[in-house]
Ligand binder design. Sequence first.
Ligand SMILES: Cc1cc2nc3c(=O)[nH]c(=O)nc-3n(C[C@H](O)[C@H](O)[C@H](O)COP(=O)(O)OP(=O)(O)OC[C@H]3O[C@@H](n4cnc5c(N)ncnc54)[C@H](O)[C@@H]3O)c2cc1C
Length: 510
Amino acid sequence: MHTDARVLNNQSLIEGDICIIGAGAAGISIALDWMNTSKKVILLEGGGFEYDDKVQDLYKGKTTGQKYFPLKASRLHYFGGTTGHWAGMCSPFDEVDFRKREWVPGSGWPISKKDLDPYYAKANETLKLGPYNYEFDYWRKELKDLNPFPLDDKVIRNKMWQYSQAHFGDLYKEAIVEAKNIHLYTYANVVDILAGEGVQHISSVIVKNHEGKTHTVKAKHFILACGAIQNARMLLASNSQAPRGLGNDHDLVGRYFMEHLEIASSELWLFRPFPTNLYSWEYGVTRASAELAITEEIQEKERILNGTASLLPLSVGKHQKPRMETWQDEDPRKSSESLFKNWSEADEAAKSEKGAIERAFQLNTRIEQAPNPNSRVTLMAEKDELGVPRVNLHWELTALDKRSVRRIHQLIGQQFGIAGLGRVKLMDFLRDEDDDTFPDSTNGGWHHMGTTRMSDDPGKGVVNADCRVHGISNLFVAGSACYTTSAAPNPTLTLVALSLRLSDHIKRII
Ligand SMILES: Cc1cc2nc3c(=O)[nH]c(=O)nc-3n(C[C@H](O)[C@H](O)[C@H](O)COP(=O)(O)OP(=O)(O)OC[C@H]3O[C@@H](n4cnc5c(N)ncnc54)[C@H](O)[C@@H]3O)c2cc1C
């Protein structure tokens, strides 16, 4: 069922069993999991079914520290959320990503990969991917012409990816609107979360829209699924009963913001042509492809973060501008246009430059960011049109991030040399081993993670292993905000899996 909250009488009371706040990848995955049950699910979405600049403007904020995308343009604020224009690249985290690694401060989830495996399988279905199998040997049998570089597999492995075309808004609108027990309210922006006495449980949330209407929503359980920056913002801004914000007794909400560092880092020059189908992908065509990853044993030996390198023909790469440059318009549609314009210009420029260059590739890093408490989301004094304080995102990287990027490319270079395949040349920003800084051209992947990190210890994390906010019995967080560490792969497959695990947990306790 669907109701536009702008047409309700002012001060309406909405009641249900479960209230999900945010209809993006996380929120919709959970709502679908409750379809056709006896429980009444309220799904609150701040936007409508289409882009609306007034609603999008609620995301506006400031950034400090490492150069970042404008906050207004780094997420989509309507039904379906940011999957409205995501690229669909999916790969699960590795087992090592969940472990405590003594060389990575703040690492160690309270759950393991095994705990997520059944949900990863289900998430693959939600995202309309192929089978939950990311082993190279499986895909080698399944697809033709996958030739791995003959490199030492004790050092370098092929990390497999699958590609989703699931835009949740288009794909799941009908199912959600038709479901009798799912009550979707659009133009229902949550602006406050109210707790009962002692701040141990949530009694209601307050919803507002630009028509000047305010409604109250009551439920047994509340799930925040607004994306990692907005989840932290909502907890911090809901401070009428807990002055530091909900779940923030230990000043952790908003801290440990993480992104994936996606940065052109080296050039690979092969001695002879090599078929690289395995390492390339085309949107809507490729079912699976690989990136070069460093094995767990070598990560431990070298004391580096988990990361991969992808291949892009150098003839194309050298004409592509950094995304941090092309994606700077506050309007996400204009930023997206500017990025694709640059990419197609780069393709055109490359077509006129054939020859020996075909044996040359740009190696692009994709790496986890080390957890860093100073990399954080805080509230500003300035408020949005609905009266909620806007956020400042301070993105801060560390020496471990820089050393890891450099070392990954040095290791890849050594292995190509040993195998007699070619040479790797580091880009200028990696040459000086004493320089821990990152250039302004360093891209994030528009991946927001870690602002309500998971830990069994309330002194070290905001949510517990069930994604419940410590100290509050019925408030949960869904999505990549809960990540303790961010691993190398893009976040959506894992955040859908984690949301489905949370959904199962609520089924057990309701
Ligand atoms: C250009 C681009 C490319 C990307 N490519 C990839 C990729 O290839 N692979 C990958 O894994 N990830 C990718 N991502 C990231 C991916 O889009 C996100 O990981 C994913 O959408 C996060 O899902 P979510 O549900 O947590 O948040 P969102 O999708 O952002 O959804 C949050 C929802 O909450 C709603 N909301 C927010 N605040 C409120 C409020 N106060 N009240 C009510 N509702 C609210 C929003 O309107 C929205 O619908 C990409 C992102 C971008 C921008």
